[in-house]
Design a protein around this ligand. Structure first.
Ligand SMILES: [Zn+2]
Length: 195
């Protein structure tokens, strides 16, 4: 807590290295078929690793044991497979989808669980920010270069900015830059730890 406060004030110094643990769970749609093949995440994962290290001096690691990317062998409710973005997601959080996500979170040290669903209405990725321990991506978002790390940044407490070169620019044409206060906030997030 005290250490995270320190990073909230001085995180722009980027020192020493911190860690962000994630687990990506790909949901099954109809006919026992995963909505995405794990290798389709390779580009986004590679980009996220480089971006988190360069921008925040944060190392991306798998949560708990096992693979970073796994198929979730549970038939999810329809509201989970077709989830909603933005404010609708916040309302959804208190209903079926929110319960499902909460019951399939990975680990106990504040990792971020990434659920890959069939579709997110009006978006290709969604995070409710620091309120929750998960983000969602649909296949478009999962295959995109920067959507994964952009949503992870939301989970780490960052919000949209207007500069198109910034990682927190709303659209996929975004760049990979962050500024000093974004470094401070992200490194101070409870998801970003020293152990
Ligand atoms: Zn966003």
């Amino acid at each position: 807590m005290v250490i995270n406060l320190f990073d909230t004030l001085f995180g722009f110094l980027n020192w020493p290295e911190k860690k962000l643990r994630i687990k990506i769970l790909i949901l099954e749609g109809s006919e026992d078929r995963a909505v995405l093949s794990p290798s389709e995440l390779d580009v986004a994962l590679g980009y996220a690793k480089v971006s988190l290290k360069k921008n925040f001096n944060v190392k991306l690691l798998p949560a708990k044991k096992g693979q970073l990317v796994e198929l979730l062998k549970v038939i999810p409710p329809r509201d989970v497979l077709y989830t909603k973005g933005g404010y609708d997601a916040l309302k959804e959080e208190f209903k079926v989808a929110g319960n499902f996500f909460a019951s399939h979170l990975s680990g106990s040290f504040y990792p971020v669980t990434v659920f890959v669903v069939i579709d997110i209405v009006g978006a290709s990725g969604c995070s409710l920010g620091p309120l929750t321990d998960y983000i969602t991506l649909d296949p478009d978002g999962a295959r995109a270069v920067s959507t994964l790390v952009h949503e992870l940044a939301h989970a780490g407490g960052l919000w949209h900015v207007k500069e198109s070169a910034n990682l927190l620019y709303r659209f996929k044409s975004r760049g990979n830059e962050v500024n000093w206060w974004q470094k401070n906030l992200f490194r101070g997030s409870r998801h970003v730890t020293y152990w």
